[in-house]
Design a binder for this molecule. Structure first.
Ligand SMILES: Nc1ncnc2c1ncn2[C@@H]1O[C@H](COP(=O)(O)OP(=O)(O)OP(=O)(O)O)[C@@H](O)[C@H]1O
Length: 311
């Protein structure tokens, strides 16, 4: 099956302006996004995520490379490729004089959706704005406006939905509602691409993740494989009385004493087992009151791949 998105050799250089030299924002991206996935695009500020998304959305012109959306090459079939994708932008760029119904109708018109095929009521229902359908956008709360942006991205029934930082600065209730909607759309077969700064959220929501830094893809894999990549674990023990100074940890294990008496051991599961650490503690004559272990999370993987490189 052709991927939902196929990107190869994608480069973008923004032209110099004033004293600013030209800026190469994308340095040759190759990326396939599978159909039906929830795909996360992560990276530090300035990594190139918005540039990539804006190229997909047709808002920024690429410098080099090819982009195929739902099998349609942007350069060869610009209309079809544009019709296959809907983008929920970061900014709340809504016309204050349109009602939600009006905004959805205008957007459908822009995409050439015939009146008989419009799904305005269904979309209003999905985004929870049925009872605000005819209110001026300027009277809507920030959360309602964001939901309306999601609605606008859906009017032409795209196969792919792109969400740029959909939950930045929104409250928990709205965040939960957005994710429920996203799951529902994905269950119905829509491919979802999202950027987020909340790594926990990406870990929970995404099947696959690409980590971008300095205009390059640093890693692209299933979330499970990415998490497995860092075989790092931490064991925290509460000894009955010993201190870290009395313990000799196994080779390659980092030990750290905490002010409250707990001692943590960070180890690679490929080299050391929990038993090795417990044996070392026994050899040092330490009796243990409590033991906890924690696994690496996406934040560890992210930091590992973007360390010392934040722009
Ligand atoms: N219109 C522009 N003109 C010149 N340089 C730009 C322009 N837009 C972005 N850049 C530069 O390109 C690089 C990538 O920016 P981009 O906005 O794509 O990053 P990002 O990963 O989306 O960051 P953020 O998370 O902060 O939105 C940055 O160095 C940025 O300053």
């Amino acid at each position: 099956m052709t991927p939902a998105i196929e990107i190869s050799g994608l480069k973008k250089t923004y032209a110099a302006s004033g004293k600013e030299p030209p800026k190469q924002a994308l340095k040759g991206i190759d990326l396939d996004i599978p159909r039906g996935s929830i795909f996360g695009l992560l990276g530090p500020n300035g990594a190139g995520k918005s540039t990539l998304i804006n190229i997909l959305a047709g808002l920024v012109n690429k410098t080099e490379g090819t982009v195929k959306i739902w099998g349609f090459d942007q350069d060869v079939n610009p209309r079809q490729s544009r019709a296959s994708i809907g983008v929920m932008p970061q900014e709340l760029n809504l016309d204050p004089f349109f009602s939600p119904r009006g905004a959805l109708e205008v957007q459908a018109g822009l995409y050439g959706v015939p009146k008989s095929q419009r799904r305005t009521d269904e979309i209003l229902e999905l985004i929870g704005l049925t009872d605000k359908a005819n209110a001026y956008a300027r009277s809507l709360s920030g959360g309602m406006r964001r939901r309306l942006l999601l609605g606008k991205a859906l009017v032409h029934s795209p196969q792919i939905l792109v969400l740029d930082e959909p939950t930045a600065g929104v409250d928990i209730e709205l965040r939960n509602m957005l994710w429920r909607n996203v799951r529902r759309l994905n269950d119905d077969g829509m491919t979802i691409i999202l950027t987020t700064h909340y790594l926990e959220e990406a870990q929970e929501m995404c099947d696959e993740i690409a980590i971008v830094n300095h205009g390059e893809i640093r890693a692209c894999d299933t979330t499970a494989n990415l998490l497995g990549r860092l075989d790092k674990k931490t064991m925290v023990i509460q000894p009955k009385e010993a201190t870290a100074a009395e313990i000799t940890p196994p080779e390659g294990v980092e030990m750290e004493g905490h002010p409250d008496g707990r001692i943590s051991f960070t180890y690679r599961t490929s080299h050391t087992s929990a038993d090795d650490i417990l044996d070392a503690l026994r050899r040092s004559g330490v009796s243990i009151r409590d033991v906890k272990t924690t696994e690496a999370d996406l934040e560890d993987v992210f930091l590992d791949l973007t360390r010392d490189e934040a722009v």
